[in-house]
Design a protein around this ligand. Structure first.
Ligand SMILES: *Cc1c(COP(=O)(O)O)cnc(C)c1O
Length: 251
């Protein structure tokens, strides 16, 4: 007998939470973020409930392959992009889009398309609009965009950024308004779809942020991104996992 401990994943709650993301971001495509094995829930376990999402986003190529193995034909996005040139073989084979956040990734792409000229990629160009984690700073961004655009095998470029403080109260230089302004100004004359919001931005700022694609993560799994300021009841989210066990003794 294994120990009588079970983590039960609630399909209806996952579906409900996806619906909450959809209703907040009703003008956007909703990508379900399933990084870290669906935030610990298991990609295979959550997929049946989340399969109606417009796409899936993750950090590890194997997570994309697992989605394809489940029969997923939606758009897939590697959020941090590739970790080496050879990853592009899999991106091409499995139809996985990827972020480009740094020059070395651009160089890998240029080398790859010389080896395999028959490929096509949808690329998400990442801007560091203030989070200071990944991405091209605004001064470099248009240059990177033009470089990407000149690669024949790149069939679309979407503009992507990530907020540092969508769950907080900071305004001005550090808040999301500032990042949004930097982003909008930088892409002003550049064509392409946009992807900005994570869970906190979807829930808290959906009236002010236009994003063609939103990337909902933690909210799907029934966790409030700005707890304790707001609970899941406030955001109408439902818990998606219950831990159950049995009493084995009473003393
Ligand atoms: C994790 C992640 C998300 C989702 O963030 P949540 O706060 O969990 O909704 C979105 N975009 C990127 C780039 C991420 O790494």
């Amino acid at each position: 007998m294994p120990r009588p401990i079970h983590a039960v994943i609630h399909q209806q709650a996952l579906q409900h939470n996806l619906q909450v993301a959809r209703s907040c971001a009703h003008q956007s495509q909703v990508f379900a973020v399933v990084k870290a094995d669906a935030y610990g829930h298991g990609i295979e376990r959550v997929y049946p409930a989340l399969k109606s999402a417009d796409g899936f986003a993750f950090l590890d190529l194997t997570e994309g392959k697992r989605l394809r193995a489940l029969g997923c034909d939606k758009r897939l996005l590697l959020l941090e992009g590739i970790f080496g040139l050879e990853d592009l073989f899999d991106c091409a084979k499995y139809g996985i889009s990827f972020a480009i956040h740094a020059q070395h990734q651009l160089e890998w792409l240029k080398t790859f398309v010389q080896l395999q000229p028959d490929v096509q990629f949808d690329v998400f160009l990442k801007m560091n609009s203030g989070m200071n984690r990944l991405g091209f700073v605004p001064e470099q961004y248009p240059v990177a965009f033009q470089e990407l655009k000149s690669i024949e095998q790149v069939c679309s470029i979407s503009h992507m950024t990530h907020f540092s403080d969508a769950d907080g109260m900071r305004l001005g230089q550090e808040g999301i308004e500032h990042q949004q302004l930097v982003f909008t100004e930088t892409i002003q004359n550049l064509p392409g779809k946009t992807s900005l919001s994570n869970s906190a931005a979807i829930l808290r700022h959906h009236q002010h942020i236009q994003s063609d694609i939103v990337r909902s993560g933690i909210m799907l799994y029934g966790s409030s991104p700005d707890y304790p300021a707001h609970t899941i009841d406030h955001w109408n989210l439902k818990p998606t996992m219950s831990l159950r066990s049995e009493l084995i003794a009473i003393q």
